[in-house]
Ligand binder design. Structure first.
Ligand SMILES: *Cc1c(COP(=O)(O)O)cnc(C)c1O
Length: 381
């Protein structure tokens, strides 16, 4: 039986939940490196790098939420992303959104380039740019939507059609909306990646990552890389993410409600020049977002009137914490220029609008009034 998403978050993969015989309601942490054998052919579990029941329960939960054939849990979002790019070979070409998580841009510019993969960054919000960039060697299109930190939205269905016509894979980083608000595999994507450190774990207390595959074959290829290179998620961290996911649907609902209240309140602040949030009806991608997502999430970027204002906000917030990362119960504010996007080449940052007046806010589950009051006092008179 297929449960609704909110129930899936709480109960995980229910057929696995009671297999330990003692019927513990919280799934056990199998803190072991290896598993004993009773006969020559080995059973399902052999060695934790390869397979572990706690991790498998988490993987089945995430696969169900994303409506994928398989999900593989890694020790970080970056290891998950690296596993996806292991599918490419020297001479292959990949088209990427130009507005990506800074670590992904760093990976592509260093590791992929060194491995002979040609990486081309394009503004994927204009589908004509993606079409124009396709070459016979194009093996993948890689998107983040909404993007980080500019909150630009790319048409997932249109990119899937282009990719498949060209015999390429469509890969979507779904960290920002989580499967509660967006399920790219149902829109035609072949692979979804996540930083599980963000909304999935949800409490700013661990690092993890996922690849979710539309087909068993793609899942097997990613599992082979995981087992071979060894960046798999440990049993205890798997349990932390499982516990985080129990409240994922509730948290997403709350951060979205708070984000909309903050976006509306800040629009009228004299120090705020622009509020970037696709949940505002005047956002250029509002209609596209509604057509492919069930929500707008809890990430807002702000363009303030000067670098001094940006610095004042970062050093004067009290409820909100000035820290890198996103997607947790606590609201965090980030300075993309010197933090998340510091390794993005300067001319690219300038083109994208990642300047000294841009702030990024990950809205938490606190009371919206306290968050608005905090931002208002930090912005000053
Ligand atoms: C944080 C993040 C990553 C990297 O994940 P880690 O868990 O930090 O390795 C990738 N993509 C996005 C959108 C992120 O926010």
């Amino acid at each position: 039986m297929r449960y609704k998403r909110d129930t899936q978050c709480v109960h995980g993969a229910p057929e696995r939940a009671y297999e330990d015989g003692v019927r513990s309601v919280s799934f056990p942490i199998y803190q072991t490196a290896t598993f004993a054998h009773t006969k020559i052919e080995h059973g399902q579990f052999n060695y934790t790098r390869q397979d572990n029941p706690t991790r498998l329960h988490l993987e089945e939960t995430v696969a169900a939420l994303e409506e994928g054939a398989d999900a593989i849990a890694f020790a970080s979002g970056m290891v998950a992303i690296a596993a996806v790019f292991e599918l490419l070979s020297p001479g292959d070409h990949v088209i990427c959104s130009e507005d990506l998580y800074g670590g992904t841009t760093r990976y592509l510019n260093n590791v992929s380039a060194k491995n002979g993969v040609a990486v081309e960054f394009v503004d994927t919000t204009e589908i004509a740019n993606v079409k124009a960039a396709l070459r016979p060697q194009t093996k993948a299109i890689y998107l983040e939507t909404p993007s980080n930190p500019m909150m630009n939205v790319t048409d997932i269905r249109a990119c899937a059609a282009l990719a498949h016509e060209a015999g390429a894979l469509l890969i979507v980083d779904n960290t920002f909306l989580s499967p509660i608000f967006q399920r790219p595999l149902t829109l035609g994507a072949d692979l979804v990646v996540h930083s599980g450190s963000k909304y999935l774990a949800g409490h700013n207390d661990t690092i993890s990552g996922f690849v979710v595959a539309a087909t068993k074959e793609l899942g097997d290829a990613i599992r082979l890389t995981g087992k071979t290179t060894g960046g798999m998620l440990a049993p205890f961290d798997s349990w932390l993410v499982l516990r985080g996911i129990k409240t994922l649907a509730l948290r997403m609902e709350r951060v979205q409600k708070n984000a909309l209240a903050i976006a509306k309140a800040l629009k009228g602040n004299p120090h705020v020049k622009q509020v970037l949030y696709a949940g505002l009806p005047e956002h250029p991608a509002y209609a596209l977002s509604r057509s492919q997502s069930d929500g707008f999430g809890g990430m807002i970027s702000l363009r303030v009137d000067s670098a001094e204002t940006a610095e004042r906000v970062l050093t004067h917030v009290r409820v909100i914490t000035f820290a890198e990362s996103l997607g947790g119960t606590e609201s965090l504010i980030t300075y993309p220029l010197t933090q998340t996007h510091n390794d993005v080449p300067e001319e690219m940052r300038a083109r994208l609008g990642i300047t000294d007046t841009l702030l990024r806010l990950s809205v938490g589950i606190e009371d919206a009034d306290d968050l608005i009051a905090d931002l208002t006092q930090a912005l000053g008179d």
